[in-house]
Ligand binder design. Structure first.
Ligand SMILES: Cc1ncc(COP(=O)(O)O)c(C=O)c1O
Length: 839
């Protein structure tokens, strides 16, 4: 594969008709003869900017003419320029060859700090251009070979080899696609290399992912070193899978586990999968709906023991002697709140055997001192005495990984090493035997990219862009002045005037009166927090729209965030997540100035259109196409309409209280979930849910945090919230809360009813006589409801409705016929109905 990495020559005489120009052009032409591209520029003008392009160069030749030296003091302008250029290149790249090309001046004329960064000093006309070119090209080639990490290098070699493959995948290096027009399009779109390198585990020379050997094993060891871990396992199915691997290795049925209530659903799936009994640590929330940290006091042994004691599923367990098998916390939260992991390790070492930090959103932190000990594994940090530490990271979220690229990092404790073969049993259980090799390659490449100093520079750039964005937003606000409004970026009051500032500005401080550090205590709205236990990651930016203050009080006017993000989307800016009055963006290492400046400009346009109350049909045509009722409204009127509805129902408070309400487990999550396989569920209308036990995860979006897990009981606050959501959907189509886990059923007249799948009443009556019963007449076994009412649609993406979806059911008759057919097929042979085997 021919990579385009030119050798860059900077010489002000590059195009001049003088000796110097002739000499450098002769060298350029000799380099081209050797098969390398040359990029010749004449200006030392913006050297630093140019140095930032170093990732595209295979070598630099920096030309200096005799007349540019005026003294031997080392402070000639040319020396200063060279120094700043070389410093900028070396900030990210210690390896790329740099040559100085001079006339008669020698090493004597350059200071040591420049000389030690050079690969050579070329004297014009001393050797033939051909000889010099061969020397430089050899170094450039060695450099390019050296940047390839182990697996990517092996994959390149394989793809270049041109062997005929008889192994899977069956497209045979892309050839199958060439046999049809649409296949041709696919081939042209992705390109030959992607398809040639799409191989299977029959290719021995690449090593085996499932055995962690060969080039893949080497690459995993390389990544472990780079990420400060003892072990690294590449995972080709996202951190959702990494989490399950860690859990299957550490947790057995009936084990007590300690889990952040604000965890990703893959952790909840892990609880269900392993048969564990969870006790939850409850995070704080502010009224913007932002999930805060779990207070430090929740990590105390006594606090965990109190939770174990209070858990009805752990009756008879001696809270004082039982040791939780694992602790999993979300590090960072979706909005960027981090924990001081050293504090947690110190508090729990030896009490909880496995400490798991779900760092899906934090793989960058290990590469910049800014993050101190606010991430799981750092250099020169003492390992816990007893507890093994796991970190699971989505390489594809914040680093240069392609979708689903993830890894598990493990740090042995002082006394307990990871048993790799045993871990691999769990790894195998969750890994396809046909992994996607381009995901493996991106894990390999992303790790190599983060190797300091390059990785540190990349993270520094993200931090800098994030801070520049925050400063720019504040400047805009200042310009609008006090009587006007503008969007705020949630974060500490104090920001450095320039540069990335210090981590101290972002560490959340306790309200210690009189302390110098007590300034940063209130901005977050999470109430009193332990001093220094948490920090906010500056690269995660939550942008707050007007309408709701930190106390949860609604202003007279307001701008719901969903309208802003719909507006942004129609103007080509897609954000990561939208809440009620906030939305979220991230400054990943892929961010550019252009991207955040475009966002800022689009927000300005929004404000302008809002002030002018521009008609919706003009500014949000795609949205109005779907929801014609808003066509003739003005933007400001629509904002006010939705804002007033939110205020009327006090939705911020309702949501917060619902999340903070007492959630009672009535059954082990795995037992409740088993009801699905055993078909012992009932599809219960939401009005009758109070007291019923869910068999599914119930997750409202926003905020996307599971509200109930299988085995827990719907309480009044949750049922009120579900009723409110239903009413709100009817009043404001297009702005409804999506609640995964609810089943939506549309009758023949298009009326939609909402249900949740619960443990069947008969089952509850048998096992838990105290549980509240809903009306058995209305709550029917799932198939019967669907068959009677029409088509069922699950709101959960992962949960398919067992019956035809409205989109494919063309007529009432068709619906009925299909539903009848489905119902028939669900009745088990020899049984009299779906519940027959229990009776
Ligand atoms: C905290 C957390 N953990 C794990 C995951 C799952 O990661 P992936 O999408 O790589 O499977 C996510 C996804 O958003 C997450 O937010």
């Amino acid at each position: 594969m021919k990579f385009r990495f030119p050798i860059v020559i900077i010489d002000e005489d590059y195009r001049s008709e003088n000796t110097s120009g002739l000499g450098i052009r002769a060298l350029a032409s000799a380099i081209e003869q050797e098969g390398f591209d040359v990029l010749g520029v004449t200006s030392y003008g913006d050297l630093t900017q140019f140095a930032q392009q170093q990732s595209r160069a295979s070598a630099f030749i920096l030309s200096i003419d005799d007349e540019e030296f005026t003294s031997d003091t080392g402070i000639d302008p040319i020396v200063l320029s060279l120094r700043s250029f070389i410093t900028e290149v070396r900030r990210k790249n210690t390896e790329v060859p740099i040559y100085v090309h001079g006339e008669t001046k020698t090493a004597r004329h350059l200071p040591n700090d420049i000389l030690r960064e050079l690969h050579g000093f070329i004297h014009m006309f001393e050797d033939t251009p051909e000889f010099v070119a061969r020397h430089i090209v050899r170094e450039a080639k060695a450099y390019l070979e050296g940047v390839q990490p182990p697996f990517f290098k092996a994959l390149l070699d394989y793809a270049e080899d041109g062997s005929y493959s008889w192994h899977c995948p069956g497209h045979g290096g892309g050839v199958a696609f060439l046999k049809s027009p649409v296949g041709q399009m696919y081939h042209q779109f992705y390109g030959e290399n992607m398809l040639r390198a799409d191989v299977c585990n029959a290719v021995e020379e690449l090593g085996q992912l499932l055995d962690h050997n060969g080039a893949i094993g080497e690459s995993e060891r390389n990544a472990a070193r780079i990420f400060n871990a003892d072990h690294c396992f590449f995972v080709t199915n996202g951190t959702s899978t990494s989490n399950k691997m860690v859990w299957h290795h550490t947790v057995a049925p009936g084990d007590v586990v300690v889990v952040d209530r604000n965890c990703h659903k893959s952790i909840l799936h892990s609880i269900i999968m392993t048969g564990a009994i969870p006790v939850f640590l409850k995070p704080t929330r502010n009224h913007f709906g932002i999930i805060g940290p779990i207070p430090k006091s929740e990590f105390e042994h006594s606090a965990i023991q109190a939770k174990i004691k209070a858990n009805p599923l752990l009756k008879g367990v001696d809270a004082k002697t039982v040791k939780p098998r694992i602790l999993t916390i979300t590090q960072s939260t979706y909005d960027g709140v981090l924990y001081n992991t050293e504090t947690i390790k110190n508090m729990l070492d030896g009490y909880v055997d496995n400490l798991h930090f779900d760092e899906a959103w934090l793989p960058h932190a290990a590469f910049h001192p800014f993050y101190g000990s606010y991430h799981a594994m750092g250099k020169k940090r003492a390992r816990p005495k007893h507890s093994v530490v796991y970190a699971t990271q989505s390489i594809h979220k914040l680093l240069a990984g392609i979708s689903q690229a993830s890894h598990v990092l493990v740090q042995d404790s002082q006394t307990v090493p990871l048993d790799r073969p045993l871990f691999n049993e769990s790894y195998l259980m969750h890994t396809s035997t046909s992994p996607q090799y381009s995901i493996i390659a991106s894990c390999d490449v992303a790790a190599a990219m983060m190797e300091p100093p390059g990785g540190t520079a990349l993270v520094e750039e993200s931090l800098l862009e994030a801070l520049d964005f925050r400063r720019a937003m504040r400047k805009v606000e200042e310009e609008f002045g006090k009587g006007d409004w503008w969007f705020k970026v949630w974060g500490p009051d104090k920001l450095a005037d320039e540069g990335v500032g210090t981590a101290e500005d972002w560490i959340i401080r306790g309200d210690t009166k009189g302390s110098k550090k007590s300034g940063n205590t209130k901005w977050h709205g999470f109430g009193p927090l332990a001093d220094g236990f948490n920090m906010l990651d500056p690269i995660k930016s939550t942008i707050v729209t007007p309408g709701l203050n930190l106390d949860g009080k609604f202003d007279k006017t307001g701008i719901p965030a969903s309208i802003v993000t719909k507006y942004l989307a129609e103007h080509g800016v897609v954000v990561e997540k939208t809440g009620l009055y906030s939305f979220f963006i991230m400054f990943t290492i892929g961010i550019t100035k252009g991207r955040w400046n475009t966002l800022l400009a689009a927000l300005q346009q929004f404000k302008d259109d809002y002030e002018k109350n521009q008609p919706m049909w003009r500014i949000l045509p795609e949205f109005c196409q779907q929801h014609k009722r808003y066509e003739r409204m003005g933007l400001r009127d629509l904002c006010q309409h939705v804002h007033q509805l939110y205020a009327k129902y006090d939705i911020a408070r309702l949501t917060t209280e619902m999340y903070l309400s007492d959630l009672t487990p009535a059954m082990k999550p795995s037992d409740a979930f088993a009801h699905i396989a055993q078909r012992r569920t009932e599809r219960v209308p939401i009005d009758e849910l109070e007291g019923r036990i869910t068999t599914s995860l119930i997750t409202p979006y926003p905020p996307g945090i599971p509200l109930l897990i299988p085995g827990e009981v719907f309480n009044k606050k949750i049922v009120d919230y579900l009723k409110f959501s239903r009413e709100f959907s009817a009043l404001s189509p297009g702005f409804e809360t999506d609640i995964h886990g609810l089943v939506e059923i549309e009758d023949v007249d298009g009326n939609v009813s909402y249900f949740a799948d619960c443990v069947a009443e008969v089952e509850v009556a048998r096992s838990k006589p105290a549980a509240k019963k809903a009306s058995a007449q209305k709550a029917l076994p799932a198939p019967t409801v669907a068959a009677k009412k029409g088509a069922a649609k699950s709101k959960g993406s992962a949960k398919k409705a067992p019956f035809p979806k409205p989109a494919i059911a063309k007529s009432t008759r068709a619906i009925k016929e299909r539903a009848d057919a489905q119902t028939d097929s669900l009745v088990q042979v020899g049984d009299t109905g779906p519940f027959a085997r229990n009776v």
